[in-house]
Structure formats: structure tokens, C-alpha cells
Design a protein around this ligand. Structure first.
Ligand SMILES: *[C@@H]1O[C@H](CO)[C@@H](O)[C@H](O)[C@H]1NC(C)=O
Ligand SMILES: *[C@@H]1O[C@H](CO)[C@@H](O)[C@H](O)[C@H]1NC(C)=O
Ligand SMILES: *[C@@H]1O[C@H](CO)[C@@H](O)[C@H](O)[C@H]1NC(C)=O
Ligand SMILES: *[C@@H]1O[C@H](CO)[C@@H](O)[C@H](O)[C@H]1NC(C)=O
Ligand SMILES: *[C@@H]1O[C@H](CO)[C@@H](O)[C@H](O)[C@H]1NC(C)=O
Length: 685
């Protein structure tokens, strides 16, 4: 009787919640796509211009300008193919006419109030030009400044397969790229402007070792612009001897904006270049960490303090066997600490890399010349010992670890990998949330929010939506951009989609609440866009817990009176094995919502997986024992389908049990089943 009355009562708050989406939600709609050019047009270079309300896209032989409101509204196009003679030269050099001997746009940057700076591969002969876009949106200008073509060496790569990471600051172009026909001379350049071009040391693998550049950012170090630093993200081969096998490392590099090279040595070379490894890894079962080293993309989430953006980075694994992706988050404080730490040092090619413990010359290599601080006006005034040290110690010994020392998202055992990320900070009723839009090599976008569990440093990831954008298998989403809309580029087209589609979360308060989408709230009659300024009392939203019972007062809770509609059962699981708690709704449209009665404990969910058929718990722990509720939520009704008691048998008691009369235990009439092997799901009756 006691049990019967308790069954299906309102479960306590602060329980584990898992919600699953009806499959229809994976379908995309509200999607606008442009693929007016040929299919392999490589729409890979994006520039979002909010002032003019345009999205500029660099593609194969074209620069395009789209209306941010609707990319199909008034698209403008500049055709910029290589000349026939250039194309012929490229062909004679043994290159593929279609895939290589075109002008693939790699650099697209705002230059001044009226012009953009654009560079392309120019059929293996990099070339740059100015594109006039007018001062105001209504000028409606979009044309190539035909007079002034410039040599694109050190700005765009020759080979379209290679990337450039670039940024134009104060009339100067910072670019990480390869600067030769063979694609071997990789460097970080500063070109344009009134100063002599400057680059990284050539043919020195300690500086750069076959790098692939991802992005460039300016981050101020202090309120004094003399300390402004340029940060570059890239991946490269690990330095010889740094690791036994050939491996890739993810890197962050730094430079001073006011670096003009050395006076006697490192002339027209950076004197303030330093790099550090970015770690994104998880502990493995065998005690060896699994590293995600293939840096794919970086997004800087700016905060009120421009000196301290949060860095979101997407990684994949190098291994062919273990395919996985991860997102790690880094703080500028951690990065600066590593650049102020020991330099990596070795006495010769056959020595180990060790932290440099000797005397570091003054000013410390990597520090920007600054009148106020160190009294040096220019890098050309640096003493010789500083330059000599900087040349031989470009790498830091310590790596940068992510916030919380682990990824915020890991995806393994799936047949896709992450390629791109953009992040939007959203104001919700119960705080600010970072919503991540992650592009994949399957042409899909995952919309994920990380929600603090107990503290801000313990984050739970919630997948909000998975949207198919390009219906082609194995298509990298290679450019993502954010305004009030999400813009996506790929080899075949450009797409646009809204950041939120609150109506897909159903027609009832409970569904809206369970979705935990910070963009959306129940307004009393529908799930709609949440605006923090709107009248508060009428809005129903609970991102942190997603608990419809506290939010939706109109919620009809079936089954909390009689208890007869709800099935109860008990299941036994052996410690360290897996258990499957089956519960599937009769209706395809219902959301399944699990609650587990346990207070204030760690709610790590890596071991727990919600599926359409039920809840899979891997590696059972003692603390998993307890009462689980399975609720179905549909059209504002919540129905408790199952109340399930999970008992965990400690492994040390297993032998005792097996030596007893085993027929009792295995008799299904008792309502008990034993798990004696891992990974075998138990079917509940
Ligand atoms: C582009 O690719 C899509 C998907 O593979 C195909 O359906 C379409 O016919 C192609 N269009 C052109 C112009 O080649
Ligand atoms: C911007 O740069 C272009 C190319 O150098 C130049 O023709 C134009 O006059 C400049 N515009 C302004 C407003 O300075
Ligand atoms: C997608 O990107 C990954 C990583 O950059 C690359 O290895 C792969 O070849 C790309 N796939 C396609 C189809 O472009
Ligand atoms: C169960 O797992 C825990 C933690 O991984 C381990 O310490 C323990 O030895 C395991 N017990 C058995 C019997 O495998
Ligand atoms: C409880 O179990 C019975 C028998 O398996 C089934 O017919 C009934 O639909 C179940 N009730 C609920 C609410 O799932």
C-alpha cells in the first residue's frame, strides 16, 4: 500500500532529467539555400558585414554579396577568374584545370570605409585586389577595383587545398599561409601598409613545422595599445623528439603588433613570436589520455573585458581507428600564464626538450616593446642576447590546458566529425548561456548548449537541435557565421537558417520547457522567442533544470492519484556491468523524461545514455541504485509510465549469490533478473 501511494507522486526537483526528441525535429526547415554557381564552387571564405547588412563570400572565381535578411533577395556577384594565359601556365605546370587552375578566394577582409581587400590563388599565382562596397548600404556598390591588382604572395596560398588564416588590422594584413608553389614555405606574414613586410624565420622547424593555419585574432594585453598582441591558431607536426611517432599538435602562437623585426639579426622577422601547445584530451581506460589534436576551428566569445575573451576550439583525433571530435574551452589567463612560463629548450638535435632553467635575457622574449613598461621603443632596440634567445626558443615548455581540464563536448562512435563552430551568448530567464552551433563533415549543424550543473565549472551539454543543411553525405561545413541568423558555406552552396525555431518544440508548455532552449520560452499560448526585457511573470522557462512540473502550472499530471496506471518494477544490476531501463512511449510524438531521486550529488552523465527505448547506464556504481521514473510528456500532459527501483549488487557479493540456490534468483516470476554479463540489456516486464 505504501508503495502504491507513493508511486507516481510528483517526483522531487533537482533530479536527473533526460529528454529525447521526436525524430521529426531532425528535419530541417526554414532553410534558405543559394547554389547558383556550379556545384564545386567552394564557398569557403566568409565576411559578415553587419553595418552594410551584407554577407560577403569568397568562392571559386567569384566574390559574392548576400543580403543578411534573405540570401536570395538581392545577391550581387563579381566574377574574377584567372586570365586564360595564367590558366594555361597552371595547366602546363601539371595542375588540374578544374580543381586547381581557378582563382579560389582565400582572403576577404575589410580594408577601409569603402573597400574590401580580397586575395585568391589565381591559378597557382596568388593575386589580390580591392573590392569597392561603398560607404553606406544604400550606395549599392559592389565592384572589383580593376586598376590595382597586387601580388598575393604571403597572403593567399598557391594551392587551393591549403588555407590562409588572415586579419587586416590598421591597413596591415596578418596572414598565416604558404608562400611558394610547392606549398612548403609556411610562414606568418605581415604585409601591406607602410612598413617593410615581416615574417617568421624561414626553414626552421622549431618555429613552424608544416602548419595548417586556422585563425588570427587581435587581443589587447592591457589598456596600452603598445602591448596589443596578435594570436594565431594552427595545427602542425610535433617538433622532432617532442613525441616519438609523427604526431600533430594544436597550437596557439603570439606576436606583438608593434614588432618590426631585429636590427642585426632576425631582420624583417618576428622577434616576439612564441607558441604553445593546446591540449584537449580525456583520460583513457588504460590510463593513457586520448588526445584530440587536429585543431579544426576556433571561435572567440568576447566578454565585457576585451582582454579576456573565452576561446572555443573544435578538435578531431588524428587516429584512423578512433574517430572522435571534441570542443574545448580556454581562458586567456591560462594562455598568458603559459607564455610567461618556461621556454622549451634542448641542447642539440639529439637531446630531450626540457624547461629552460637558465637566465632569461631582458626584456623577456615575447614581451612587446613599450615605453612605459620596459623602456624599449622598438624591437629593433632589443639587445642582441634577446634576439638570439628568441630565435632559438620559439616554443613554450608547458601546454595550455582547457578550462576544467577536459572537453565540454565529446563525440565518438558517430560517423561524422566536427569541422566548424560559432557561439552565441543568449540571455535567458535564469542566466546567460552560450549556445554552440557546430558544423560537421556530414553537412549537418548541431545546436548545443552547455548548462552549469552545480557550479559554473561543471557543465552539462544539452543537444537542442540537429539540423541537416546540405543533403549530401560527407560534405564539410567550412564556414559558419552568426548574426541573428546562422550562415553556412560549403563546397556546394551557402545556406541561412534562424538561430531558433521555438515552434518545433511542440504546442505545450511542458515540451517548451523540456527543450531547455535558452532562445525559447512558453508565453502562455505558444513556445516563442524569449526576450529578457519582456514581462517576466508570464514567461515560462527553466534552462537549468528543464523541469516542467515547476514551470507549467497548467500541466496535467496523469497518474499522480491512483497509481494504477503506472507500472512498478524492480531490477537488479551487478556493479560495473551495464543496465538498460526500458521505457518507450506508445506515441511517437511524446517526449520521454527520466527522473532519478537523488539529491545534490554529482550528476555526471557520461555513463548514462537516453535512447528512444530507454535509459542505458554503463558501468553501474552503487550510487546508481534508487528509484527511477519514466514520464511521457505530450500536449501538456505528463504521464508517468514507469516507476523502477534499481538495486546494485556489489561484485564481492556476486560469488555468494551464485553459490546459493540460483534458480530462485533467475526465476522471472520473482520479477527479478540478474545481469551476469556486461552490455546485455535487461528487458523490463
Ligand atoms: C549539384 O549537386 C547536387 C547533389 O549532388 C545535384 O543534385 C545537382 O544536380 C548538382 N547540380 C549541378 C548544377 O551540378
Ligand atoms: C580605400 O582604399 C582604396 C584602395 O586603396 C582607395 O582607392 C580608396 O580611396 C580608399 N577609401 C577611403 C575612404 O579612404
Ligand atoms: C573535411 O574536413 C576534414 C578535416 O579538415 C578533411 O580531412 C576531409 O578531407 C574533409 N572532407 C571533405 C569531403 O572535404
Ligand atoms: C569496478 O570498477 C571499479 C572502478 O572502475 C574498480 O575499482 C573495481 O575494481 C571494479 N570491480 C570489479 C570487480 O571489476
Ligand atoms: C503496464 O503494464 C501493462 C502490462 O504489461 C500494460 O498493458 C500497460 O499498458 C502498462 N501501463 C503503462 C502506463 O505503461
Amino acid at each position: 500500500n505504501y508503495i502504491r501511494n507513493k508511486c507516481c507522486r510528483r517526483p522531487n526537483k533537482s533530479n536527473i532529467l533526460y529528454s529525447l526528441f521526436p525524430t521529426e525535429m531532425l528535419e530541417s526547415n526554414n532553410l534558405l539555400t543559394f547554389n547558383g554557381l556550379a556545384n564545386s564552387s567552394a564557398y569557403h571564405t566568409f565576411l559578415l558585414d553587419e553595418e552594410r547588412g551584407r554577407l560577403f563570400v569568397g568562392a571559386k572565381d567569384h566574390v559574392l554579396s548576400f543580403n543578411l535578411v534573405d540570401i536570395n533577395l538581392d545577391m550581387q556577384l563579381i566574377s574574377w577568374p584567372p586570365s586564360p594565359s595564367r590558366r594555361d601556365e597552371c595547366k602546363w605546370a601539371g595542375k588540374d584545370v578544374q580543381r586547381e587552375c581557378s582563382n579560389f578566394i582565400k582572403v576577404l577582409q575589410p580594408f577601409n570605409q569603402t573597400h574590401l581587400y580580397v586575395c585568391g590563388t589565381g591559378a597557382f599565382h596568388p593575386v589580390c585586389a580591392y573590392v569597392e562596397v561603398g560607404k553606406r548600404p544604400e550606395d549599392n556598390i559592389f565592384q572589383l577595383g580593376s586598376s590595382s591588382f597586387e601580388n598575393g604572395r604571403g597572403k593567399s596560398p598557391y594551392d587551393p587545398k591549403l588555407l590562409t588564416a588572415s586579419m587586416l588590422i590598421d591597413g596591415e594584413l596578418y596572414a598565416g599561409t604558404s608562400a611558394d608553389f610547392m606549398g612548403r614555405d609556411f610562414a606568418i606574414f605581415r604585409t601591406l601598409g607602410k612598413h617593410h613586410p615581416i615574417r617568421t624565420e624561414q626553414h626552421d622547424s622549431r618555429w613552424l613545422n608544416d602548419p595548417r593555419f586556422i585563425s588570427v585574432h587581435l587581443i589587447p594585453e592591457s589598456d596600452n595599445p603598445e602591448d596589443d598582441k596578435i594570436y594565431l591558431f594552427f595545427r602542425e607536426n610535433a617538433i622532432d623528439g617532442e613525441q616519438t611517432s609523427k604526431a600533430t599538435h594544436a597550437r596557439i602562437g603570439q606576436l606583438c603588433k608593434n614588432d618590426f623585426g631585429g636590427h642585426r639579426s632576425l631582420v624583417n622577422k618576428w622577434t616576439t613570436f612564441l607558441k604553445a601547445r593546446l591540449i584537449c584530451s580525456v583520460p583513457g581506460l588504460n590510463g593513457i589520455d586520448t588526445h584530440f589534436d587536429e585543431l579544426q576551428d576556433v571561435f572567440l566569445m568576447s566578454s565585457k573585458d576585451p582582454k579576456n575573451p573565452i576561446i572555443y576550439a573544435v578538435f578531431t583525433t588524428s587516429s584512423n581507428i578512433f574517430k572522435g571530435s571534441a570542443v574545448c574551452m580556454y581562458s586567456m589567463a591560462d594562455i598568458r600564464r603559459v607564455f610567461l612560463g618556461p621556454y622549451a629548450h634542448r641542447d642539440g638535435p639529439n637531446y630531450q626538450w626540457v624547461p629552460f632553467l637558465g637566465r632569461v635575457p631582458y626584456p623577456r622574449p615575447g614581451t612587446c616593446p613599450s615605453k612605459t613598461f620596459d623602456g624599449f621603443e622598438s624591437t629593433k632596440d632589443f639587445p642582441d642576447d634577446v634576439i638570439t634567445f628568441a630565435r632559438s626558443h620559439p616554443a613554450m615548455y608547458n601546454p595550455v590546458f582547457p578550462i576544467n581540464n577536459r572537453p565540454i563536448i565529446i563525440k565518438t562512435d558517430v560517423d561524422y566529425q566536427f569541422t566548424q563552430i560559432v557561439v552565441d551568448r543568449v540571455e535567458a530567464e535564469d542566466g546567460q548561456y552560450d549556445v554552440m552551433f557546430i558544423g560537421t563533415d556530414m553537412g549537418t549543424v548541431l545546436k548545443v548548449v552547455s548548462i552549469p550543473r552545480g557550479t559554473w565549472h561543471d557543465l552539462e551539454e544539452v543537444l537542442l537541435e540537429e539540423m541537416t543543411v546540405f543533403r549530401v553525405v560527407s560534405l564539410n561545413i567550412s564556414a559558419l557565421s552568426l548574426q541573428q541568423q546562422l550562415y553556412l558555406g560549403s563546397t556546394i552552396g551557402v545556406s541561412q537558417m534562424p538561430l531558433h525555431r521555438c515552434d518545433v518544440y511542440g504546442k505545450a508548455c511542458a515540451e517548451c520547457c523540456l527543450a531547455r532552449d535558452p532562445y525559447c520560452a512558453w508565453d502562455g499560448s505558444q513556445c516563442s522567442r524569449y526576450f529578457p526585457t519582456a514581462k517576466r511573470r508570464t514567461r515560462r522557462q527553466d534552462i537549468r533544470n528543464g523541469d516542467p512540473l515547476t514551470q507549467c502550472s497548467d500541466l496535467q499530471h496523469h497518474g499522480n492519484t491512483g497509481g494504477s496506471q503506472c507500472n512498478r518494477s524492480t531490477v537488479y544490476g551487478v556493479e560495473n556491468s551495464s543496465s538498460f531501463l526500458e521505457c518507450s512511449p506508445k506515441s511517437q510524438r511524446a517526449l520521454i523524461y527520466w527522473q532519478f531521486q537523488r539529491h545534490g550529488e554529482d550528476r555526471k552523465q557520461e555513463r548514462v545514455l537516453g535512447t528512444e527505448q530507454g535509459l542505458l547506464i554503463r558501468t553501474l556504481h552503487q550510487k546508481d541504485s534508487g528509484v527511477y521514473y519514466c514520464h511521457a510528456v505530450e500536449h501538456g500532459f505528463i504521464q508517468t509510465l514507469l516507476r523502477l527501483t534499481l538495486n546494485i549488487i556489489p561484485t564481492e557479493h556476486l560469488d555468494d549469490l551464485l553459490h546459493r540456490d540460483t534458480t530462485d534468483i533467475n526465476d522471472p516470476a520473482n520479477g527479478h533478473k540478474m545481469l551476469t554479463d556486461t552490455e546485455i540489456p535487461v528487458n523490463m516486464t
